[in-house]
Design a protein around this ligand. Structure first.
Ligand code: SAH
Ligand code: DHB
Ligand code: MG
Length: 226
């Protein structure tokens, strides 16, 4: 099966199910114009993220890795008026692009971008003792995913969901000798999942316009329900 066929199928899905989306297309265009890497979730993946948020009824969302705000916009649109999304981004130039894209989409009142290393921002969030999050999307530097999972688990309510992008990395997830720091991080992340009684998780492999990769969905179990 060729990569061209994966792309054709993603474009078929976009035509049949996703339709045009001016705010999202403008966000991608301004991101490209500003020289950001083209690594946002695909349109079909983005629709899935928004569906998960809606199915879950998420009102407080935490995102790690804003880039130009593409996934941020998709999540923020699902929020009720009293909802909120906090998104963490290392690169202040990327955050500026995202802020403009989020404003153009009319979502600035729902979204707070925190600039800096995500681990520092997570430590600050823990100190603030705010309401826990309903949904977390981990999509920043891949090597730090184990630390991001450990930190965000403490910030997620029982019954909450943690979604992690880019966990399969061209299949390197299954290679114990991989030299790729991101893939090593994702292997370690799976060890943490396996040892963590508070979550039930699975990982789904994906192909498409972003190549061969995958994502993990983890449910934070509610002790009162088991
Ligand atoms: N979620 C976005 C894509 C994020 S790409 C989308 O799908 O639209 C990954 C992002 O993580 C990049 O913008 C990168 O600058 C950011 N990043 C890398 N290291 C980081 C760190 N230590 N803390 C916070 N963000 C980081
Ligand atoms: C990269 C990051 C992503 O979030 C992604 O979806 C794909 C690639 C990267 O850093 O290479
Ligand atoms: Mg990603």
């Amino acid at each position: 099966m060729s990569r061209e066929r994966w792309n054709e199928v993603d474009h078929f899905i976009e035509r049949q199910l996703l339709g045009g989306d001016p705010a999202l297309e403008a966000a991608l265009q301004s991101s490209a114009d500003a020289g950001l890497p083209a690594i946002a979730v695909s349109p079909a993946q983005g629709r899935l993220l928004a569906l998960i948020a809606r199915i879950h009824g998420a009102e407080r969302i935490l995102e790690l890795g804003t880039l130009g705000g593409y996934s941020t916009i998709l999540f923020a649109r699902t929020l009720p008026a009293a909802g909120c999304l906090i998104t963490l981004e290392l690169n202040s130039d990327y955050a500026d692009v995202a802020r403009a894209n989020i404003a153009r989409a009319g979502l600035e009142r729902l979204v707070e971008i925190r600039v800096g290393p995500a681990l520092d921002s997570l430590q600050r969030l823990a100190q603030e003792h705010g309401e826990p999050f309903d949904l977390v999307f981990i999509d920043a530097d891949k090597a730090s995913t184990p630390a991001y999972f450990a930190a965000t688990l403490e910030l997620t309510r029982a019954g909450g969901v943690i979604v992690v992008d880019n966990v399969v990395r061209d299949g390197a997830l299954a290679d114990p000798d991989t030299a790729d720091a991101g893939a090593r991080g994702m292997r370690r992340f799976h060890e943490l999942l396996a040892a963590e009684p508070r979550v039930t998780a699975t990982t789904i492999q994906t192909v498409g316009v972003k190549g061969y990769d995958g994502f993990t969905v983890a449910l934070v179990e509610d002790p009162a329900r088991s």
